[in-house]
Design a protein around this ligand. Structure first.
Ligand code: PXP
Length: 269
């Protein structure tokens, strides 16, 4: 059964929507909702991993969130970040001060665009081998598990293997788009064929990841409707899901929303 990583950035997005420009009647430190409290609820719902993305412009998650999460989390913390020197230094510092049960902390390297609402495409590992190798080496040297968020593309998988990554997280956005366009039906017409092809690309890239000795993870735009075929892929180790869980949490609460996703992932064995 794949583990479930819950991305709590979207809780920070709600907080920042209100407080970004300083709201009247707010005392610093009392801003809400607190992504660290959301993380606590996510763990009670069954999250195996907690993911946050510290962006260079800090527009959602901030340094305080990361610091606190690393101190209090009793499951693994996965830090998404750009392959920038400032971020590497932060990851190394938190690794040292982490009270995260002594468990390995993971870093997932992602591309970062200033205007994007969420991560849009996979990291181009093939196009920046030298830089990737150096960043991976520094992080692995500190005992951090390092993952590359890449498109389901065999050349990118091979480049990630050559750069020394421990894991690849395949970008499931194109699969999710195909799923929505086909209404989730693999059997009917051009939409079904496109959906089957999108799933096949994730499958093939996943096989190559494992053949190269890396761990096979996936994420992005997965939801309660489309998660099952991805969770059923043989050898997949971890799914990283944020938006759909936080959306459902608005109605059910975080604990319940995570538990429902967890049971879908568990049912896919
Ligand atoms: N994986 C990575 C690398 C991401 O950047 C994101 C988006 O924050 C996710 C997974 C989760 O995507 P979503 O919020 O669409 O579930």
């Amino acid at each position: 059964m794949a583990s479930l990583g819950v991305n709590i950035d979207h809780v920070a997005t709600i907080r920042q929507a209100r407080y970004r420009h300083g709201a009247v009647g707010v005392v610093e430190g009392t801003e809400e909702p607190d992504p660290v409290l959301a993380a606590h609820e996510a763990v009670l719902g069954g999250a195996d991993v907690l993911t946050i993305h510290l962006r260079e412009d800090r527009r959602h998650v901030n340094d305080r969130d990361l610091e606190l999460l690393c101190r209090v989390a009793r499951v693994r913390v996965n830090l998404e970040m750009a392959a920038a020197d400032e971020m590497v230094a932060i990851a190394l510092r938190h690794r040292v001060s982490s009270m995260n049960g002594g468990r390995p902390q993971m870093v997932t390297l992602v591309p970062e665009g200033r205007q994007e609402v969420t991560t849009e495409g996979g990291l181009d590992v093939a196009g920046q081998q030298h830089r990737m190798k150096s960043v991976v080496e520094r992080l692995k040297g500190a005992g951090i598990v390092v993952s590359a968020f890449i498109d389901a593309d065999l050349a990118q998988v091979d480049a990630a293997g050559d750069a020394g990554f421990d894991c690849c997280e395949l970008h499931t956005g194109p699969y999710a788009t195909a799923f929505a366009s086909a209404g989730g039906d693999f059997r009917v017409g051009a939409g079904g064929a496109a959906l089957a092809a999108a799933l096949e690309r994730v499958h093939d890239a996943g096989e190559r990841i494992m053949a190269r000795g890396m761990r096979f993870n996936a994420g992005h735009a997965l939801n309660y409707a489309n998660v099952r075929p991805i969770a059923e892929l043989v050898g997949i180790e971890e799914l990283h899901i944020g938006h759909a869980i936080v959306c459902r949490a608005v109605f059910t609460g975080m604990r319940q929303a995570v538990a429902e996703m967890k049971s879908l992932v568990a049912g896919a064995v």
